[in-house]
Design a protein around this ligand. Sequence first.
Ligand SMILES: Nc1nc2c(ncn2[C@@H]2O[C@H](COP(=O)(O)OP(=O)(O)OP(=O)(O)O)[C@@H](O)[C@H]2O)c(=O)[nH]1
Ligand SMILES: [Mg+2]
Length: 393
Amino acid sequence: MSTLAAVMTDKGTGAIATIQLFGDSAEAVLKKIFKPTDAKPPTFRTGKILLGTINDGSETIDQVVIGCEAAESFAINCHGNPLIVEMIMELLRRCGAELVTAEQLLAKSLQAQQPVNTIAIEAKLMLPKTKTLAGAKIIANQIEAGLGKKVTEWLRDINTLSLKQIKAQAGQILNNSVPARLIIAGCKSAIIGPPNTGKSTLLNCLSGRQKAIVTDIKGTTRDWVSAQCQIPPLALELFDTAGLDERLAAASKDAIAKAAQRKSLEILEQADLVLLVLDNSQPVSQLNQQVVRRVAGKKVLTVLNKSDLPAVLDAADLPQVLPDTVKISAKFATGIEHLAEKIRQICGVDNFDLRQPVCFSSRQESLLRQLKKARSQFEASSIVTELLNGPID
Ligand SMILES: Nc1nc2c(ncn2[C@@H]2O[C@H](COP(=O)(O)OP(=O)(O)OP(=O)(O)O)[C@@H](O)[C@H]2O)c(=O)[nH]1
Ligand SMILES: [Mg+2]
């Protein structure tokens, strides 16, 4: 294996940056460029921390602290200035290291450990990408408990478990993985609805920031606006959109208004969750059929806004595809806790057990789908083996 170098820290975000050097000749590469402060020839014993400088010939680039993490695996901790990091990386490249991403280096170093536990590797690669603390806990739990434990049990008991049992358990894991994915990767939530119902007010209320413009003029929002909102265990990525009005869009000669309508529908299409905002002080006729058609089959909560005004809309008149409703006033921030509760229920994350087995990579998902269809114990056994020890995608 060649020697790999990767910047492990985000660009320009801290006073210190870490460059990882890993591979057959990592020590030899480091010896060429590192000069210890105590002037003695360095010994790169595992567990040692060395202070010194990185030098390009006679020129000193930076003072660094080297962590000797394992044989041929070193953490070079330098100053966080991206220019310094770039110079060290370029020097490492000239000394024979292959420059890779943090993820590639991590994958290679984990794969070098024996025996290969692919689920553990995938978990370690996934951990930094989780959007919530609960998501990080789910992933961490999949190594010793969760999916890792379940797969080990399947392998151990493959001759005593019935194929039917294994297939049912695989199906259950796939089902549990749907809400788990929303906790791990974040929940893309589209705020849609007719013009002037209070969509932008809701985005501002949920995010705690005045991000979107609010006026009493219909069609205020044109381009979409996004903001973050925490509804533990979920992290919502909210998208406020232009009010949907198919009659207006058809009649309008305004190219911007038409493009805004298209964009709203696109965001609706891609959303994990739809918050359909209606004005509770207006009749149900405000809801057009295009919206009803588009939300069918999606996770959708109908938010009856402006509940501080006299009610006109009767929730019983809403179509069957909109069974979940909540009354709020976005302007006065009332009913928000109830809205949060409803969101948790619709996303299936209320009382979600963070230790239960779930899959969190497309490789795992596709193998579990194959397992659900396995026709023999032998086939099941080979799928389960691949799940635990197979090559990473
Ligand atoms: N009484 C009352 N007024 C509200 C409430 N929420 C929003 N409004 C008002 O309704 C008007 C429209 O609010 P917006 O948030 O701009 O509505 P919108 O759905 O984003 O409108 P478009 O971007 O035009 O589609 C503003 O005057 C808001 O102050 C509410 O809960 N109660
Ligand atoms: Mg708006």
